[in-house]
Design a protein around this ligand. Sequence first.
Ligand code: ADP
Length: 410
Amino acid sequence: MKNIKRIQNQLNYLSEYAKRIAGVENTEESKEVEPKDPLLKINEVLDIQKDEIFKLTKNEINRIDLESVTNSMSEGLIIYSMDLEVVMINPALAQMLMPANPRGTGRLILNPDDSLFFERCNRPDLMTKFQRALINDPTIPRSDILELKNPKQILKRYSSPLYDRKHNQIGHVIIYHDITAEMEVEELRKDFITNASHELRTPVTSIKLLTESLMSGAKDEPELLDEFLKDLALEVDRMHQLVNDLLDIARLEANKNTVEISSFDVKSLIFESLSTVQPLAKSRDINLEFPKINESMIIKADRKKLRQVFINLVTNGVKFTPSGGTVSVTVEKSDSDYEFNVSDTGIGIPEEDQAHIFDKFYRVNKERSRVIGGSGLGLTIVKQIIEAHHGSIHVKSYPGSTTFTFRIPS
Ligand code: ADP
């Protein structure tokens, strides 16, 4: 009995509390409710208030939704009031402004501030001009590109006027896209086209000149005819090699990381590749040393692509080694990978060039490479193939010795 009384008191208290938070006065109606039945009272209050409660929840949801939308946007967002007070910055924009200190971005979100734009902008005057335009012509949507420094970032921004429900302008919304990566790819693409056309122009110009000379009389002098035809064949070979390399790069980049894996004996692959380069080695008096492997070594890799890796590396060894020298290939298997070494006793690669030799079209000595032949794409192709196998490659070199070491997971 005592317990029931206590529960009744608690329910009464709860019903009063429910009325208070719902803002319901003690109406006649509510007074009529049996004081003994506090549950009924709570129910009644909830009934009267259900629309209000529902509305509140909906508003709450709207607020949370808006926040989660701006929080999960990958675009940066900043909201200004009419007099350019920063009202809000979303996490993506805070991260764009503080890429080196992602932990610090929380402060920027809680205390929105756009001063970092002015500090990091390559052209702070453009920032000022943009803001002045927002004040002078607040209703006009705009877009422009902003370059930031430390680190370099390129942002594209779009500004639109912000209106309330009654279509009164209350500020400005500005969206920022980080287009740094796209711009870099575009830059690389432009460089690639410039380099490729430049490389193609050299043999094409030679072929044109040689053909013109032959046509204007050289064809009638047997000695010249012979010499010019040999030169023509050489230039055509060069162009053929370059076009093949360009196609390989294009294919590798289009199907990034696509490899056709099969199981095969790596020993027979190395022998096959070395045999392909043997005629060139012989013509230059270079000794090719085959690896000493007795047992069969089964590897899972893209056979055709791995063959190209060996051919490119061994051909380079032969090209950059004076006659009488040696190019050798070794292989070792560990628990986790295969390690291959392609070494030569050649001219070596200067230390300052070693970091660049895998870049497209990079050659240590353009003139020498032109005479020897080569597009500057061979090592780029090698690296791309090895990385597509989740492997790695590095070079160790000094005058008289170069070793390329690469690993492929077994
Ligand atoms: P290429 O097709 O011109 O040989 P690569 O990409 O294969 O281009 O090589 C880039 C440059 O790296 C070469 O032009 C050469 O200067 C240097 N290089 C590559 N391999 C060797 C090597 N074994 N010894 C000395 N220099 C090398």
